[in-house]
Design a protein around this ligand. Structure first.
Ligand code: CMP
Length: 139
């Protein structure tokens, strides 16, 4: 059965470009409740571990460098059907393919720097949320 939580990051490009407020507004206006939230920065080691599933992909080095180059906003979000609904809200991985009105269409600049992360399964949402937050940071 689907759980009702997902994990997201506002990535360094969107933070650098001043989109934190607009993205959080779009998330909450779309019916997601913020369960946990922080401004933080991943070390190179953190990013390597977080994206270990992509370690054999040609873009892994670029991805690790990008995700550790500046602050991110990490959040756990709650809503019925959270994983799927959030992926609809953010749009396709490549902003060129993202639907009008989606967060990536509005705020992402490229496939590599695509503004936001959204978990792809309930299992990964739990793993990724636990990577960034302790139990006492969830509300
Ligand atoms: P996301 O799905 O949040 O997490 C994995 C990221 O890898 C993905 O977003 C993209 O930003 C990035 N990515 C996927 N495919 C490529 C690619 N071909 N070149 C560069 N980056 C990529």
């Amino acid at each position: 059965m689907a759980t009702n939580r997902t994990f997201t990051m506002i990535k360094p490009d969107a933070v650098e470009n001043g989109h934190i407020g607009a993205i959080l507004e779009k998330i909450t206006a779309s019916g997601f409740r913020i369960v946990a939230l922080k401004l933080t920065q991943m070390t190179v080691a953190d990013a390597k571990e977080f994206y270990a599933v992509h370690s054999e992909r040609p873009f892994y080095g670029e991805l690790v460098e990008f995700m550790s180059r500046g602050p991110i906003v990490a959040a756990i979000l709650e809503k019925e059907n959270a994983v799927e609904d959030f992926r609809t809200l953010i749009g396709a991985t490549n902003p060129a393919d993202a639907a009008e009105g989606t967060i990536r269409k509005l705020y992402a600049t490229s496939l590599g720097e695509n503004a936001v992360h959204g978990s792809d399964s309930d299992e990964n949402a739990a793993i990724e949320g636990a990577f960034h937050f302790s139990g006492r940071e969830l509300f």
